[in-house]
Design a protein around this ligand. Structure first.
Ligand SMILES: *[C@@H]1O[C@H](CO)[C@@H](O)[C@H](O)[C@H]1NC(C)=O
Ligand SMILES: *[C@@H]1O[C@H](CO)[C@@H](O)[C@H](O)[C@H]1NC(C)=O
Length: 267
C-alpha cells in the first residue's frame, strides 16, 4: 500500500496553457544570451543566460502570449489531501503571487547526454494572496473558514530538475520540457487566514498566532502541496517558453551535441 499521507490531489485550473501553433521566435530575441557547450565557462554563461530569461519572464512575454511571472495570477488552486498532518479540502481563488521577479539564479547546468536542466534559484520573498475556503486539519488542529489569506515564505531556495527531450523543426533544435521536479528550502514563513472559524475572533487570532509560531512544522506539512504547485507553474512556463524559443539561440553549438536526422539515417 502506498503511504496514504502522501496521497493528495491538486488541480491548478487554466494556467493559460493553450498550445501554440507553428509561430516561434525566428530570430534571437534580445533577452536571450547565447552560450556554447564547448566553452569551459559554459556553466557561468548558462547561469547568466537563465538569469536573463527570468528577468524577461517577470513582466511577461506578450509576443508569445506569456503572462507575467510577477505578479503571477492563478485563477484557482484546489487542494484535496488525504490523511496525515495535513488533511484538507481547500480552494484558493483569485491567487496573486508576487516576488518571482526577484529570482536570483544561483547555478544552471545542462546534462550533455539527457539535456535535462538542473537549475538552482533563490527568491528573497514571496507573497501569495487569495481567497481561501478551507475545511480540514493542519498540525492536527481542525480548521474551518473562508476569507482573505496570505502566505509569505522568505529566502526560498529551489533546486529544479527539468526533464527535457529534444526535437528538430525547420532545422532548429527545440527543447520539449516534459517534467519538472523541485526541492526547496525556506528561511521563514508568515501567514494569515482571515475569518477562520467564521470570524470567532478569539479563535481566529489564537490559531493564526499558533500557526505562525509553528511555521516550520506548518511549512513541512504543506510541502507536498507547495512542491506540486511550484512544479506545475514552472512546467507551464518552461513548456510555453521553449516551444517558442529554438534551443540553438540558447546553446549556439547545440547541433554538435544533438544527432541530426540525416546522421541518424546514415547509420
Ligand atoms: C538563505 O538560505 C540559504 C540556504 O538555505 C542560506 O545559505 C543563506 O544564508 C540564506 N540567506 C539569508 C539571507 O537568509
Ligand atoms: C513532447 O513530449 C511529450 C511527452 O513525451 C510528447 O507527447 C510530445 O509529443 C512531445 N512534443 C514534441 C513537439 O515533440
Amino acid at each position: 500500500m502506498q503511504n496514504r499521507n502522501m496521497q493528495f490531489k491538486l488541480f491548478i485550473v487554466t494556467l493559460v496553457l493553450h498550445c501554440t501553433t507553428g509561430e516561434y521566435f525566428k530570430t534571437k530575441p534580445s533577452f536571450v544570451k547565447t552560450c556554447y557547450k564547448r566553452d569551459p565557462e559554459f556553466e557561468d554563461c548558462s547561469r547568466e543566460a537563465v538569469q536573463q530569461l527570468f528577468n524577461a519572464l517577470g513582466p511577461g512575454l506578450r509576443d508569445i502570449g506569456m503572462q507575467p511571472l510577477d505578479p503571477l495570477k492563478i485563477p484557482k488552486i484546489r487542494i484535496l489531501q488525504g490523511e496525515g498532518p495535513v488533511n484538507v479540502n481547500a480552494a484558493l481563488d483569485d491567487v496573486t503571487v508576487t516576488g518571482f521577479g526577484k529570482t536570483e539564479v544561483l547555478s544552471s547546468q545542462v546534462d550533455s547526454k539527457t539535456y535535462d536542466f538542473r537549475t538552482k534559484v533563490r527568491v528573497p520573498k514571496i507573497r501569495i494572496e487569495g481567497t481561501y475556503d478551507l475545511k480540514g486539519k493542519i498540525l492536527l488542529i481542525p480548521l474551518v473558514g473562508r476569507g482573505i489569506c496570505w502566505f509569505e515564505p522568505t529566502n526560498m531556495t529551489i533546486d529544479i530538475v527539468s526533464d527535457v527531450k529534444v526535437y528538430t523543426k525547420d532545422d532548429y533544435v527545440f527543447f520539449n520540457v516534459t517534467g519538472a521536479h523541485v526541492k526547496y528550502a525556506i528561511g521563514g514563513l508568515k501567514l494569515r487566514m482571515n475569518n477562520l472559524f467564521d470570524g470567532i475572533e478569539s479563535l481566529e487570532e489564537s490559531t493564526n498566532a499558533y500557526l505562525n509560531a509553528n511555521w516550520r512544522p506548518v511549512s513541512e506539512s504543506l510541502r507536498p502541496i507547495l512542491s506540486k504547485t511550484i512544479e506545475d507553474i514552472l512546467l507551464g512556463f518552461m513548456q510555453r517558453l521553449f516551444n517558442n524559443l529554438p534551443g540553438d539561440f540558447m546553446i549556439g553549438d547545440i547541433k554538435d551535441y544533438v544527432p541530426s536526422k540525416k546522421a541518424e539515417k546514415k547509420v
